[in-house]
Design a protein around this ligand. Structure first.
Ligand SMILES: CC(=O)N[C@H]1[C@@H](OP(=O)(O)OP(=O)(O)OC[C@H]2O[C@@H](n3ccc(=O)[nH]c3=O)[C@H](O)[C@@H]2O)O[C@H](CO)[C@@H](O)[C@@H]1O
Ligand SMILES: C=C(OP(=O)(O)O)C(=O)O
Length: 430
């Protein structure tokens, strides 16, 4: 587990300068899973973010028999999955898998390469109920036998006869879409996935799989067709930039009344979040592959209404930093969290800092503007952690955000990048 980490932040400095946006967590995790589908050669993934979730994913890949190298200075991962043939190792053990949600993305590789899988746990942010029924029901419709071992809380999968099938999702699940595509790419016949996710990371994964030799049509339309192929080849791919990381840095610049250049960030990936931030008074200018963000410190932030929804709607992962930003706006902001039923744990932490927020189930009203003050606060999940660091950047005095591990799950070298922008921040062992 390593030592507990915390972030200590002293507020009051505007962020100015250049930040390098990391590769996307939610693209690299499925790609590590997809790389394990290649029975020959070595996959090279570039622009890999140095985050805890990637480290766990690589531990998991090694655990099931892959050879893995993470060249951190080069942000490059090399994966050799040629020896994934020991069914004894077709297990996602709880001690690794329950630490990140992306572990579920290894199931297709286990099914195709070892004909079976045992899932002892799947983790991820604690955001209320987060089921995996679309994944398991979809695998079953593609011919897998999925059984629950209730006594041990394990899922056992036998996959001797995977084949194409007609699938639909009740809601366009992000990892569900990726997992069903990966289950279908090596299954004989045609698979159709209706009501598929449209997230840019899903499209990046489709591009990667296509480069590996998969036959996938309809990415970005919500209606995906996969023709099963006999084998996939190891290839090289550069991971797209992380739109949530971009959004967090943009909101930090807005909160502090600063001006930042986000290298690798793309406005179109922000979806509705772009328009909401503009309504609040944030100015964007896309200059090729660099996104320039500023907020005039002299003019007040305006309040906002936002409802989270799948892409291109307002990303749920940006809802927490938006709540923190809304405490700084002049007036009442209204937030409706329509994806997760437990993503408002942040409100109580912001209230400790002096915010005025009323929560009613999945709806929240943020009464701004309130002066925030530093105090020890709890990062209940990854984005709560990032949002609290954002709040701390404007709070009076010092804020301690812990556990820092949750921030480090998804934001690479957060302290270093904030320091480069002029923040007063320390990441230290608690
Ligand atoms: C590793 C990764 O990519 N994580 C992202 C992914 O999570 P993840 O893919 O887990 O999120 P989903 O899109 O699947 O979840 C959306 C909603 O559908 C529900 N659901 C999902 C699957 C299922 O089998 N049954 C079910 O009921 C969930 O409980 C949730 O309420 O998309 C989320 C929504 O944009 C983001 O917050 C996460 O950062
Ligand atoms: C919810 C998140 O991640 P995960 O699905 O990996 O828990 C997130 O990135 O905010």
């Amino acid at each position: 587990m390593g030592q507990e980490v915390r972030y200590r932040v002293r507020g009051g400095r505007p962020l100015n300068g250049t930040a390098f946006i990391q590769g996307a967590k939610n693209a690299v995790l499925p790609m590590i899973g997809a790389a394990l589908l290649a029975a020959k050669g070595r996959t090279v993934l570039r622009n890999v973010p140095i985050i805890e979730d990637v480290k766990r994913a690589l531990e998991l890949a090694e655990h099931i028999g892959a050879k893995v190298e993470f060249h951190e200075a080069e942000r490059t991962v090399v994966i050799d999955a040629s020896r994934l043939n020991d069914p004894e190792r077709a297990v996602l053990p709880a001690d690794i898998a329950s630490r990140f949600r992306g572990s579920v993305l290894f199931v297709p590789a286990l099914m195709h390469r070892m004909r079976q899988a045992r899932i002892e746990g799947v983790g991820g942010c604690n955001l209320g109920s987060r089921k995996l029924d679309f994944h398991y029901r979809g695998f079953a419709r593609l011919g897998a036998e999925v059984t629950e071992d209730d006594a041990r809380n394990h899922i056992n999968i036998k996959a001797d006869n995977l084949r194409g099938g007609h699938l639909y999702l009740d809601t366009p699940s992000h990892t569900g879409t990726e997992n069903l595509i990966m289950a279908a790419v090596l299954a004989p016949g045609t698979t159709v996935i209706e009501h598929a996710a449209l997230e840019p990371e899903v499209l990046d994964v489709i591009e990667f799989l296509t480069r590996m030799g998969a036959k996938i049509r309809g990415g970005g339309t919500g209606f995906i067709t996969v023709e099963g192929v006999d084998e996939l080849t190891a290839v090289e791919h550069t991971i797209m930039s992380d739109r949530i990381d971009s959004g967090v840095f943009a909101m930090m610049a807005a909160a502090t009344g600063g001006e930042v250049s986000l290298v690798g960030a793309h406005l179109e990936h922000l979806g509705v979040a772009r328009w909401k931030l503009e309504q609040m008074g944030v100015e964007f200018a896309q200059q090729g592959a660099v996104l320039h963000v500023r907020r005039d410190a002299g003019s007040p932030l305006r309040p906002i209404n936002a409802v989270t929804s799948p892409y291109p709607g307002f990303a749920t992962d940006l809802q927490s930093p938006l709540m923190a930003l809304a405490t700084m706006a002049e007036g009442e902001s209204y937030l409706h969290e329509a994806i997760y039923d437990g993503r408002f744990a942040l409100a109580d932490e912001l209230i400790k800092m002096g915010a005025k927020i009323e929560v009613d189930g999945t709806r929240a009203i943020v009464h701004g503007h309130t002066a925030l003050r530093g105090t020890p606060v709890v990062a209940h999940d990854l984005r709560t952690g990032a949002a609290l660091v954002l709040a701390a950047l404007v709070a009076e005095g010092e804020t301690e955000v812990a556990p820092g591990y949750l921030v480090d799950r998804g934001h690479a070298q957060f302290e270093k990048r904030l320091l480069a922008l002029g923040a007063d921040v320390v990441r230290e062992n608690a």
